[in-house]
Design a protein around this ligand. Structure first.
Ligand code: SF4
Ligand code: SF4
Length: 446
């Protein structure tokens, strides 16, 4: 048997996600009120196109892009606009949002599919449609897909990669989509291949996700998916991280200030490929997504198709989370997600999951570093997290920069293995937050 492709470092996490990856996607009931942020991606906030008292339909434009890095935002329920103002956002800030009261009539706005076979369309037309449908990278990173696809002419993309390696443990939204809806994902992937002009299309699959492997192998034998290949990657964390995925496949490294396009590759998640398919083939804007709800205090864990704007509190209530014992609620995944202080924050386009942890979770208390080197062994970016943390604690950011903290992808693997339970990622995030703009990653000044 040939050796599985992978990267150096990383960790093996107990596969408790297998349980959730066997749970079929269920439709989550639309809530009576949604709060839809006009910023759900990395970029500029959209301008509201509705006002208080306006009736709205599902899929209706409620926020138009304010600039090229901005994304269209659409209503996820039909009903009436209650207000437009600042509301809690899963990123921890207050963000301009549209509050809509659901009339439960599910009136749908008129959607316009692409007017001819997408194979005949120019790339720019398809990119425009993707922007109109408000699609951003749905694996959590939130780059507007139209921006990602609009590469400068000096960057040639030769390989598109569909990321079927789960980026976060205990999360299975993309896994379930690949099992339940592989054709639409593959069609979306082919559309992305055409737009980029890539000559190679590869699906990278975690070798232990057997159901995904079987679903994909069965489909790519079909002539309409000719040219797509499946490559199995070693099952470990963070194999689904973009840099580690590209390295495993091509042995090319992305510089700290570079992008995947520098290597001639572009990576898409299954959720994003599905959203592209729905935008181009059905004309559907992105107003709902599949998330995993999991964690030690979740009574009914599962994978749910949820309307964007659904308050996290509604998700927790419906999934039988005991809030009297819950200590922590995380938006995203347990390794890289954001702890929520306000449960009125909503699900957005980039939310991959909600995790609720109860008081059986050990209290966070750290001990002195014992120089065991475990954090160094597992770091997929070949960093020395213990050194970076040491200098950040000393508020010596220049020394911390000499240890290349900006190369960190914040995967959390170092903190996961640290026997002294030092929250190493916290110190690295602190270093990034405090990094003077004129200090580069080698510690010298520009
Ligand atoms: S230093 Fe950063 S990249 Fe390395 S293991 Fe820790 S969080 Fe991951
Ligand atoms: S894993 Fe923890 S204790 Fe070991 S060297 Fe790294 S920071 Fe120190």
């Amino acid at each position: 048997m040939s050796k599985l492709l992978s990267f150096k470092g990383g960790i093996t996490i107990p596969r408790s996600k297998e349980q959730i990856s066997q749970t079929a996607i269920e439709l989550f009931p639309a809530p009576s009120r949604v709060i839809i942020p006009l910023l759900q991606h990395n970029g500029a906030t959209a301008h509201p196109t509705v006002k208080r008292g306006d009736p709205v339909s599902i899929g209706q434009l409620i926020g138009e892009p304010s600039e090229h890095s901005s994304l269209a935002v659409h209503a996820s329920v039909s009903g009436e606009v209650l207000s437009i103002g600042l509301f809690p956002h899963p990123n921890g800030r207050q963000v301009l949002a549209v509050e809509i009261e659901n009339n439960f009539k599910d009136d749908k706005a008129y959607t316009q599919p692409y007017d001819r076979p997408w194979q005949e369309a120019a790339s720019q037309e398809l990119i425009q449609k993707i922007q109109q449908c408000g699609i951003a990278g749905m694996s959590g990173e939130g780059t507007p897909t139209h921006l990602k696809l609009s590469q400068p002419s000096n960057k040639t993309i030769h390989t598109v990669i569909l990321n079927a390696c789960v980026s976060e443990p205990y999360s299975a939204a993309d896994t379930r989509l690949l099992i339940e809806n592989p054709e639409d994902i593959l069609n979306g992937f082919l559309i992305l291949k055409k737009i980029t002009g890539a000559t190679r299309a590869v699906i990278c699959v975690d070798n232990k996700l057997q159901a995904v492997n079987q679903a994909l192998q069965a489909r790519i034998a079909n002539p309409e998916y000719k040219g797509i290949s499946v490559v199995k990657l070693k099952s470990k964390y963070p194999q689904g991280a973009e840099r580690q995925l590209i390295y495993a496949l091509t042995k090319k490294t992305i510089q700290a200030d570079g992008t995947a396009a520098d290597t001639g590759c572009m990576v898409f998640s299954p959720s994003t490929a599905l959203a592209v398919h729905e935008a181009i083939i059905d004309g559907l804007p992105l107003y709902q997504r599949v998330i995993s709800v999991n964690g030690s205090s979740v009574g009914s864990p599962g994978n749910y198709l949820v309307r964007c704007g659904t308050p996290i509190r509604s998700i927790l209530e419906s999934c039988n989370v005991d809030m009297t014992t819950t200590k922590k609620v995380i938006s995203g995944g347990p390794m890289t997600g954001i702890t929520q202080s306000d449960l009125d924050a909503p699900i957005i386009k980039t939310t991959t999951g909600i995790f609720a942890l109860d008081n059986t979770t050990p209290a966070i208390q750290d001990y002195p570093c014992i120089n065991c080197g475990y954090c160094v062994n597992v770091c997929p970016q070949k960093l020395v997290p213990s050194r970076i943390a040491k200098y950040v604690k000393q508020i010596n950011m220049k020394k911390a920069a000499e240890w290349n903290f900006s190369d960190c992808i914040e995967c959390g693997a170092c903190a996961y293995v640290c026997p002294s339970r030092i929250n190493l990622v916290h110190f690295i995030k602190l270093a990034k937050f405090n990094a003077p703009l004129n200090t580069n990653r080698s510690g010298s000044s520009r």
